[in-house]
Design a protein around this ligand. Sequence first.
Ligand SMILES: [Zn+2]
Length: 320
Amino acid sequence: MLALQLCTPLAVNAEEPDFYAIRMELYKKVEATTNIPWYYLAAIDQYERNVRQSRRDLPKADGAIGIYFRPEEWAGLLNPNLTDENPASIQFFDGIGIDGNGDGKASFKNDEDVLHAFANYLLSYGVDHDNLKIGLWNYYKRDKTVGIIIGKARIYKHFGRLDLESHAFPVPLRSSYSYRNTWGDARGWGGRRIHEGTDIFAGYGVPVRATSYGIIEMKGWNRYGGWRIGIRDINNNYHYLAHLSGFAKDLQVGQIVEPGMVIGGVGSTGYGPPGTSGKFPPHLHYGMYKDNGYTEWSYDPYPHLKLWERQERKKARKHK
Ligand SMILES: [Zn+2]
């Protein structure tokens, strides 16, 4: 009986739809008809998907595309029929919805229609970087959102692919380090009232590495964090690494990073004017924040660190 149970076949990967391939095909299709580069479309789509995942007031995406339009946005504010799929009446009521796949219907449940609708909106501004930025600003009315989307577009363009989900542990696994779950502890060396992060203790100068594909959003000195760096990943997460001994050579704000790339060293900087260090044992403060389109909040990085550590160990074993 037990043997039979063990023989139950596992889910076969090949049967799952390859969302990356489906999405890329849609982006390229829309790029071909609008001249809007695919990586901007990918960035908007990914931003909206992430926002939907982190908010309860928005329905979950059920197709390949994550962009969400409210019914009144799609059909037009004064349209008496909020589920209108007639392209002509939607246009009459100034709705954003269009028929992108040529089936005669403008459906907000159709991936192609939805992606085309956003692209069509942007087209009224222009297809070069500056005009796309203006179009995004007028749509979202939030600098941070525009910044996050532009950052994602640069990451996608740089790597030329959508699958950017792998991770690395922030310090090399062969180095000697220790950490434990201290989420919410009243005291920590993070410089906040409640400790918003995990402290990874390691020797001074041990390499600190990027954990995700992302873009450097902030780099510099702060009274509490010392030398610190902020990286925005492809999923609207902000990774905050503090108390560094220094930064990797030539590292710049706006630079694109990938998992495992050395960005600095473990240190003990902070709690004083620039250059102050040594007031506590060397460690890396690792914080994670999530943006949901309105606000950004801190959440516990510990389970993620544990996962990345495990994944990297597994990968290393495989390559031996
Ligand atoms: Zn800390």
